[in-house]
Design a binder for this molecule. Structure first.
Ligand SMILES: N#Cc1c(-c2ccc3ccn(Cc4cccnc4)c3c2)n[nH]c1N
Length: 249
C-alpha cells in the first residue's frame, strides 16, 4: 500500500516513522510519502492561506498550492497504477469507523490532505471529486485545529489491517466470535504476570486452561463493558449469533 500525505506540518507526521507503521515501512509493506504543501508555493513567504470570501473568522487555505500539489502527487504514479482514494479529514465528514478502515485497507493507494486554518477552498475538493474517489471523513465529534492528528489515527487503524503488518498478532483474529456477530463489542479486561500485584490477583477462569470457559468469560466481560459504555453497539450484534455462541461454550 502506498500512502501520501500533503501537509504544511510534515514534522507532525514523524510518528509514522516509528512502531507499527514504521516497522511496516521498513519491511516494505507500506510506502509512506509525506509532502510539504509549501513546496508548491511561489512567493517568498510560501503563502498557503488567505481571508475568507464573505468575511468571518480565520483564514482559508488557498486552492492553487493544493491543486499543484495534488496534480503532481496523483500524476506521479505509473500509468497503469490503480487510482487512489483521496481522504480529506474534516469535522463535517462521514464518521471514520472500523468498517471504513477495513474498506480502505484493501485499497492500494491512499492520499491524505490534512488541512489547517478553517479548511481548504471548497473548489479543490470539488475538482478532485471529478477525477478520483474522494472521502471526507471525521475522526470524532470534537473540534481539532487541523487534520494531521486525524491522519495519524486513520493511518494506524488502516495499516494494522494490511496483511502482514500485525504479524503473529493477526492470529487473534481467529477468535471464537463470528465476524460481524460479536466483532462490534468493546474489548474486555486483559491481564499478565505477575499473578499478584498490590494484593490484586487474576480472575480464576483465566488460570483454568479451559479455553471454552475462558472464551465465554471474555465474551461476557466484553458484553458487560459494551453495555455500560456503548449500548448502541449491542443493538448491532446479531442476536442469533449471540445465542449460538452461548450454546457453543
Ligand atoms: N477529521 C477531523 C476533525 C477535525 C479537523 C480536521 C481537519 C481540519 C482542518 C482545519 N481544521 C480546523 C477547523 C476547521 C473548521 C471548523 N473547525 C475547525 C480541522 C479540523 N476536527 N475534528 C475532527 N474530528
Amino acid at each position: 500500500m502506498r500512502i501520501d500525505v500533503v501537509t504544511i506540518f510534515p514534522e507532525y507526521l514523524e510518528p509514522l516513522n516509528v512502531s507499527l507503521v514504521g516497522k511496516a515501512r521498513a519491511r516494505g509493506l507500506l510506502d509512506v510519502r509525506v509532502h510539504d504543501l509549501r513546496c508548491w508555493t511561489h512567493d517568498k513567504h510560501h503563502t498557503v492561506d488567505d481571508t475568507p470570501y464573505g468575511g468571518g473568522p480565520g483564514m482559508v487555505m488557498k486552492p492553487e498550492p493544493w491543486g499543484e500539489a495534488l496534480d503532481e502527487v496523483l500524476g506521479s504514479a505509473a500509468a497503469d497504477a490503480a487510482p487512489p482514494v483521496l481522504i480529506v479529514p474534516t469535522p463535517s465528514g462521514r464518521p471514520f469507523d472500523q468498517e471504513l478502515a477495513v474498506e480502505l485497507s484493501a485499497r492500494p493507494w491512499l492520499v491524505f490532505t490534512p488541512a489547517r486554518y478553517e479548511g481548504i477552498d471548497r473548489r479543490v475538493i470539488e475538482e478532485y471529486y471529478e477525477h478520483v474517489d474522494v472521502r471526507e471523513v471525521s475522526v470524532g465529534d470534537y473540534v481539532l485545529a487541523g487534520g494531521e492528528a486525524p491522519v495519524l489515527v486513520m493511518v494506524e487503524a488502516i495499516a494494522r489491517l494490511v496483511p502482514g503488518v500485525l504479524g503473529n498478532a493477526e492470529s487473534h483474529r481467529d477468535d471464537s466470535f463470528a465476524a460481524g456477530a460479536m466483532a462490534d463489542l468493546l474489548e474486555g479486561p486483559v491481564y499478565t504476570k505477575p499473578p499478584e500485584w498490590r494484593g490484586r490477583g487474576i480472575p480464576e477462569v483465566l488460570l483454568s486452561g479451559h479455553h471454552g470457559r475462558i472464551a465465554r468469560w471474555r465474551r461476557d466481560q466484553a458484553l458487560a463493558r459494551t453495555s455500560a459504555n456503548r449500548p448502541d453497539l449491542i443493538a448491532r450484534c446479531d442476536p442469533a449469533a449471540l445465542d449460538k455462541h452461548d450454546r457453543a461454550t
